[in-house]
Design a protein around this ligand. Structure first.
Ligand code: ADP
Ligand code: MG
Length: 379
């Protein structure tokens, strides 16, 4: 597992970040952003966008690309990471990045340090990294261009995860304490716990089994299904208490396949407890018998930043995502799917003006530019 190389972060100037952000904004409508557009969005006081862009691509924050139609730059993973980290640093949330502790196929998880030197966990969503490529060959709708959407999808997944974490935490569910979210990064409490997958002995398997089944039921009675409730997403602490993580695939109990996913979550736990602890019981929750939806958390989730519209967007590829979980459930490899046209990529409320995106409201002298930027972006 690697480190996230953030050494460059402190050396990047305000101009560098203007340009990087300009490319991010350009990518809402362009797969490859021409330098002329970058220059017009960034609107550097003394020009020189060409030089900055070259420098940023030397450091692999941007990548130069040429197609038949045009040429220009696109944001790299690293460039997008830096944009999020810059904001998280400005907000005094993340001051240092340490070791990587988790590798999912669709995410990287790092230990990070805040201002007080407290350790936190940061999950960087990376939808579209691997599995889209495989999917691409199989599905003709992927023949349509869609390389832009990894930014969109990763941001959407992070937004969803953070909103669910906040709503669940507020309701007293055992989830990590949510701290902050920016772009594709979710910062949360660092759990002093291990994935159930690494636990080979439990003092009382029956008690843990009951805790898990009650959790599945409590979720359902709040109108929710986890959808990937397996031994990799259940963290066990020193007292054998469980905290659940990993929420991008969560769904409502009114989803058309709700029973299927509910049963799959239950079966996951049953199978694991039999396999690992030779624990078996006839008692397990059944969707039709035991789920009495007592309340819904839709409002809290929307209030936490994941709107109904976002959900509609996310559901466009979520079934693919959940299906993939099924086919590699033993390896815990999640997957996503690419959605719609890039024109829809505005849905998840990414900032539409440069100053908002940069979070530099102090410099009010530049606020006039912000409007210009927006106008130019529309051209
Ligand atoms: P993925 O979507 O890639 O599966 P997860 O959210 O499940 O990502 O995280 C992957 C792994 O990272 C987990 O199995 C766990 O080992 C570790 N991890 C994730 N979140 C935390 C956390 N808050 N504290 C400690 N470890 C965590
Ligand atoms: Mg996981």
């Amino acid at each position: 597992m690697g480190k996230l190389d953030v050494s460059l972060l402190r050396y990047l100037s305000q101009e560098d970040f203007r340009v990087l952000t300009a490319v991010e904004m350009g990518m809402k409508n362009h797969e490859i952003v021409p330098v002329s557009l970058i220059a017009s969005i960034a609107n550097l006081k003394h020009g020189g966008t060409h030089k900055v862009v070259r420098e940023l691509s030397k450091h692999r924050l941007l990548a130069f690309e040429r197609s038949k139609m045009n040429q220009g730059y696109r944001l790299t993973n690293r460039g997008y990471d830096y944009l999020a980290l810059k904001v998280l640093a400005q907000r005094d949330i993340v001051l240092s990045v340490g070791n990587q502790i988790g590798v999912g196929k669709e995410s990287d998880i790092y230990i990070v340090g805040d201002t007080e030197g407290e350790q936190l966990a940061m999950k960087i969503h990376r939808l579209g990294r691997t599995s889209f490529r495989q999917l691409k060959n199989k599905r003709d709708y992927h023949a349509k261009r869609n390389t832009v959407s990894w930014i969109y999808l990763s941001r959407l997944a992070a937004t969803k995860e953070f909103a669910y974490m906040k709503a669940l935490y507020a309701r007293g569910f055992p989830v990590p304490k949510p701290v902050e979210c920016n772009r594709h990064c979710v910062v949360m409490e660092l759990l002093q716990a291990y994935p159930l997958q690494q636990i080979h002995e439990l003092e009382n398997p029956g008690a843990v089994y009951d805790e898990l089944m009650n959790l599945i039921l409590k979720l359902a009675n709040h109108g929710l299904i986890h959808g990937d409730f397996n031994e990799f997403n259940l963290m066990v602490d020193g007292n054998d208490h469980v905290t659940m993580i990993d929420f991008p695939q969560m769904m409502s109990t009114s989803h058309k396949n709700a029973r299927h996913y509910f049963d799959r979550d239950v079966k996951c736990v049953r199978d694991f407890f039999l396999r690992r602890f030779e624990y078996e019981t006839d008692e397990y929750p059944q969707f039709d018998v035991h789920v009495q939806k007592e309340c819904s958390m839709d409002k809290e989730i929307a209030a936490s930043g994941f709107s109904r519209e976002d959900n509609v967007e996310m559901e466009k590829f979520s079934d693919e995502f959940r299906h993939q979980i099924e086919s590699d459930s033993t390896e815990n490899q999640n997957s996503g799917d690419e959605s719609g046209d890039s024109e829809e990529n505005n849905a998840n409320s990414s900032p539409t003006n440069l100053e908002d995106a940069l979070e530099v409201h102090e410099e009010s002298a530049e606020s006039e530019e912000a409007q210009n930027v927006q106008d130019k972006d529309q051209q």
